[in-house]
Design a protein. Structure first.
Length: 44
């Protein structure tokens, strides 16, 4: 049951990301923004 919940959560997260950005260019921009935020946090 735990394995099913983990798989479901992963699929839900992926579906949310894909719903948020309709194109691969959109996915790239989102990943780039996330990377920039991580860099900012690391510099502090």
């Amino acid at each position: 049951m735990k394995d099913f919940i983990q798989r479901f959560a992963a699929l839900a997260a992926i579906a949310g990301l894909l719903a948020g950005c309709n194109t691969m260019a959109g996915v790239g921009k989102d990943v780039e923004k996330l990377g920039a935020k991580i860099e900012q946090k690391a510099k502090k």
